[in-house]
Design a protein around this ligand. Structure first.
Ligand code: NAP
Ligand code: ZN
Ligand code: ZN
Length: 347
């Protein structure tokens, strides 16, 4: 067993605190990674507070992991010591079902094994990246391109792929008008990636002070969802809407902003459901869809795409001792646009 230090939530009501635990020994197909950076995703907060149900405690959150390879198993071919690598939201899947075989491991029929708050084959809970090291099967490890900084690349492992995957899946590009709802960690990546794909991106936000940021990130337009005129001015404007909002809100207001045959894609996961009105969907043959992260091959493609287009996340790097304060600031929308923990700060 490999003694490891991290920060954990011991219960859904507790703040995160120092926590020591063991990682498994490095097996023949495994890579041991010394973690240097880990992003703070809003999903970490939802799960550490058990807002979706089913959380496993103690929980070391973190699924936007970048580090360096410390050791590889006897049969590992893809990686060698000192390579800069990443790990995203899952660390295993069945590898046999149609989804796994086509590289969409996130839709594995047996269920992907989450990087944390999952239960491994041996019954042990998985623990995430707010820690000094992690052992992962080489299939679920990504190469970080040399053009990307470690801290700026970490959020790509979840926020980046969660927005890249639906944009690619629906072929969103230069002939489309896209609205991004919520300018947070996911939203700001959607603006950058959408812009790089040639799409005209409009940001729909509750935060007036984010207008300048939206322009700097490359948005074509910005509108406040607190103003009723927004929903009149932008009626039937968009081919696609990507909804990244973390809190309950009324989807029906946004459906009316879609053209006929338009698609609203949900990636944000509020902890309460919304009632859907059928008429706005029916009368314009509109669709509401969802999407979860992306497969391993597609995640590597996204990292290479970001390197080619000079895209990193906008970040604020913090020592792990500030993680609880960072959670509160994420909840207040007070981050531009992702906190990244420097794991060198663990004592
Ligand atoms: P985040 O950084 O906190 O951003 C969420 C944004 O939503 C905020 O910046 C804010 O943007 C907006 N918002 C917050 N409360 C709101 C409210 N009450 N009404 C309207 N808008 C509100 O969070 P994130 O890390 O980007 O994650 C966003 C969501 O996606 C979370 O629910 C997370 O769990 C989920 N997620 C899903 C996947 C997936 O695979 N589907 C992957 C990762 C994360 P404005 O200030 O611009 O309004
Ligand atoms: Zn995430
Ligand atoms: Zn599978």
């Amino acid at each position: 067993m490999l003694p490891t230090k991290g920060y954990a939530a011991m219960t859904a009501k507790a703040t995160l605190q120092p926590f020591s635990f063991n990682r498994r020994e490095v097996g023949p197909h495994d890579v041991l990674i010394t973690i240097t950076h880990c992003g703070i995703c809003h999903s970490d907060i939802h799960q550490a507070r058990d807002e979706w149900g089913g959380s496993i405690f103690p929980m070391v959150p973190g699924h936007e992991i970048v580090g360096t390879v410390a050791q590889v198993g006897s049969t590992v071919k893809k990686f060698k010591a000192n390579d800069r690598v990443g790990v995203g939201c899952f660390v295993d899947s069945c590898r046999a079902c149609p989804a796994c075989r086509e590289g969409s491991e996130q839709y594995c029929e047996a269920g992907m094994l989450l990087t944390y708050s999952g239960r491994d084959k041996d019954g042990q809970p998985t623990q995430g990246g707010y820690s000094t090291q992690i052992v992962v099967n080489e299939h679920y490890v990504l190469q970080i391109p040399s053009a990307l900084s470690s801290a700026g690349a970490a959020p790509l492992l979840c926020a980046g792929i969660t927005t890249y995957s639906p944009l690619r899946h629906w072929g969103i590009g230069k002939y489309h008008k896209l609205a991004v709802v919520g300018l947070g960690g996911l939203g700001h990546m959607a603006v950058k990636i959408g812009k790089a794909l040639g799409t005209e991106v409009t940001v729909l936000s509750t935060s007036e002070q984010k207008q300048k940021d939206a322009e700097r990130l490359g948005a074509f337009d910005f509108a406040l969802t607190s103003q009723p005129e927004t929903f009149i001015r932008l009626q039937r404007r968009f081919d696609f809407i990507l909804d990244t909002v973390s809190a309950p809100h009324n989807y029906n207001d946004y459906v009316n902003l879609l053209k006929t045959d338009g698609t609203m894609i949900l990636v944000g996961v509020p902890d309460k459901p919304t009632l859907l009105e059928p008429f706005p969907l029916i009368l314009h043959r509109r669709r509401i869809a969802g999407s979860v992260i992306g497969g391993i091959r597609e995640t590597q493609e996204m990292l290479d795409f970001c390197a080619m287009h000079h895209i990193e996340s906008d970040i604020e790097v913090i020592p792990i001792q500030q993680v609880n304060e960072a959670y509160e600031r994420v909840l207040r929308g007070d981050v531009r646009f992702r906190f990244v923990i420097d794991l060198g700060s663990i004592k």
